[in-house]
Write a protein that binds this ligand. Sequence first.
Ligand SMILES: [Zn+2]
Ligand SMILES: [Zn+2]
Length: 307
Amino acid sequence: MSLEVFVLGTSGMQPLPNRFLTSAMVRRKGELLLFDCGEGTQVSLKMLNLHWKRINRIFISHMHADHVTGLPGLLMLSSQVDRTEPLYIYGPEKLRDYIDANRRLLDMYINYEIIFVPVQPGIILETEEYTVEALPLLHTKPCMGYILTEKDRPGEFSVENANALGVPCGPLWGRLQKGEDVTLEDGRTVSPSQVLGPRRKGVRFSYITDTMYLSHIAKHVQGSDLLLCEGMFERALEADAFEKKHMTSTQAAIVARDAGVKKLGLIHYSPRYTDRELHTLKEEACEVFPETVLCKDRYVFNLNNAG
Ligand SMILES: [Zn+2]
Ligand SMILES: [Zn+2]
């Protein structure tokens, strides 16, 4: 199974000609989950040819313009297709007013149900296959990071072993896959461990922006396959970052290192940097955590677990 992460934008505060505002889309088994939605998000979605009019869930970190101003257009245009499934939107309480006001003032025609879920710290969503946790951050406004964790799955079923043990193809296979012992016609018992490989670990994806550096972020994003984390400034501007409640790329790398993540993707760059200057952010981060990617708009990560 794989989970894809599409980086839709990497700029902070202001969209630039070649750098849209920070946003990411997760595609998982046909489900689309969007994280933040600034100006320009729609353009990247279109360029990537994602079926963005059918987004299932939107998670908003906080109520700063660079993270929400793309939302009205996206909600409106999503009505161009027939959809029966609702759209779930998660975020701070103020986001409800923002959506309602936009719908009213723009006389928006919306042909599907929007279900707003105010976010509290902790698990905010649990499906059969994954959870999403909201992690409070420390910014100039209430802000949440999000951590998507797939549940572990049973090991791969070995048809060879099942045949060798004389388990007939059919419902008994299904029961073994669910973890149940089964009794064969001849009275022998076969247990799941005889036909299943080791359990397959789920993938973890973490999205952290905007915040000052907090040492406890690492605990929550522990072991992420991918941590997308703001690295807005270079090391020399650490005092500025602290004052504005943002992080340097070095601090993002410290989180990644302490959390033992597989990969760090930097996002939410200050518009003060040209594309060429961004390499300083990457170099500084790599000194602390070598598996750092300087994300560019429309960069795609394919996260596969071992299974
Ligand atoms: Zn921002
Ligand atoms: Zn902000």
